[in-house]
Design a protein around this ligand. Structure first.
Ligand SMILES: Cc1ncc(COP(=O)(O)O)c(C=O)c1O
Length: 363
């Protein structure tokens, strides 16, 4: 769409189109890396009870600083990673996309660096917030050459360096040792290392939250949308040094996180064991789907997340053919590749058999 000449849209936005994966009807929705398992009847009841309580106070603004939620999130990370974080280390928002936007608003003046392919919202939000974005390179196997990346940081001196681990769309993880090397380079140029850990719960690697106390230049982004199976509620959060959090408060909109969202998120955190119980099953299914794809002669990128990137000829034709069979996966715009989210057992089977048909029964 071209912008009408009478509309005073910012010049830096004029060539852009709204971001978003197609939301199309399908029997197997395997395109946005959600958790396929809906909340249990008990959790639904718990959320409904809490929302009913909060509904009685909806004439009032919510807790602007979301103290109870931040404290519950800190405890959750402490449980998972044996850290000693408090609410002062945590900020929460409407999905981690809002966290990313706030980071750019607060700290983006010195430009940002990221390593492509990665989460496409990082450069897009950079652009929307008027932040200069530089693409760093990855190796042919999609891993990051850490020495080259550190040299890039020292040369460019960005105020923000983004890495995603496990990476979306490739699924590959970065070791904590490599993250520390990147963090040291960022500290050298007075920049922040932003570690987007949207899929961390699926990975065996130690989380970067474990180094925040020693490395205050490290900011970790997390979300309840993936392993936590709570995408519809829109809750993302970050863990960082308290001084980083304090600075973030300058750009947050007052009362940005509704009382309903805070209440629902607190209920979900109470049910964390149940919500995260599918992580093991999804990881096991991921390996089974990867083995099936390999057996079909397709090259699969090793993944530590709840999705797989695989190489395929004519991805656009295959994507459409899968959709015609009721299976929605993701064309991430990476030439020669498609990405599939791991679903339930029956969704995965449906995907594999549809893919076999799409490939013309060559397997
Ligand atoms: C790497 C990464 N970061 C952040 C997000 C945003 O998640 P949300 O805004 O639902 O928390 C996603 C969603 O796909 C993602 O893949």
């Amino acid at each position: 769409m071209t912008t009408p000449s009478w509309l005073p849209l910012r010049a830096n936005l004029q060539e852009l189109t709204p971001y978003g994966a197609p939301q199309l009807p399908s029997q197997a929705q395997l395109n946005t890396n959600e958790n396929p398992y809906p909340p249990s009847a008990q959790l639904i009841a718990k959320i409904a009870d809490r929302i009913r309580e909060v509904a009685a106070t909806l004439n009032r603004y919510p807790d602007r600083d979301a103290v109870a939620l931040r404290s519950a999130l800190a405890n959750f990370l402490n449980e998972q990673s044996k850290t000693a974080l408090t609410q002062d280390n945590i900020w929460a928002a409407n999905g981690s996309n809002e966290i990313i936007q706030s980071l750019f608003l607060a700290f983006g003046s010195g430009g940002a660096l990221g390593f492509t392919p990665s989460y496409s919202m990082h450069p897009l939000i950079a652009r929307v917030t008027g932040t200069t974005w530089e693409e760093g390179a990855r190796k042919a196997d999609f891993s990051i050459d850490i020495e080259a990346a550190c040299a890039h940081i020292l040369r460019l001196r960005p105020s923000l360096t983004f890495v995603t681990t496990p990476n979306n769309p490739t699924g590959s993880a970065i070791s904590l040792m490599d993250l520390i090397a990147l963090a040291d380079s960022c500290a050298n140029v007075a920049g922040l290392l932003i570690v987007d850990e949207a899929y961390a719960e699926f990975s065996q690697d130690l989380s970067a939250v474990t180094v925040i106390a020693q490395h205050p230049h490290v900011v970790v982004i997390r979300t309840m949308s993936k392993a936590f199976a709570f995408a519809g509620a829109r809750v993302g959060y970050m863990a960082a040094d308290p001084e980083v959090i304090e600075a973030m408060l300058i750009v947050r909109l007052p009362y940005h996180l509704s009382a309903l969202t805070q209440a629902a998120a607190l209920s979900a955190i109470d049910f964390r064991d149940e919500l995260l119980s599918s992580v093991h099953e999804i990881s096991t299914s991921r390996e089974e789907v990867a083995a099936e794809l390999s057996a079909m002669g397709l090259r699969v990128i090793p993944s530590s997340a709840n999705f797989l990137l695989f190489a395929i000829e004519s991805p656009k034709t295959i994507w459409q053919s899968l959709l015609d069979q009721g299976v929605l996966i993701r064309d991430v715009g990476l030439s020669g590749y498609l990405r599939v989210t791991i679903g339930t057992q029956s969704e995965n089977e449906r995907f594999i058999s549809a893919l076999k048909k799409s490939l013309g029964g060559k397997q």
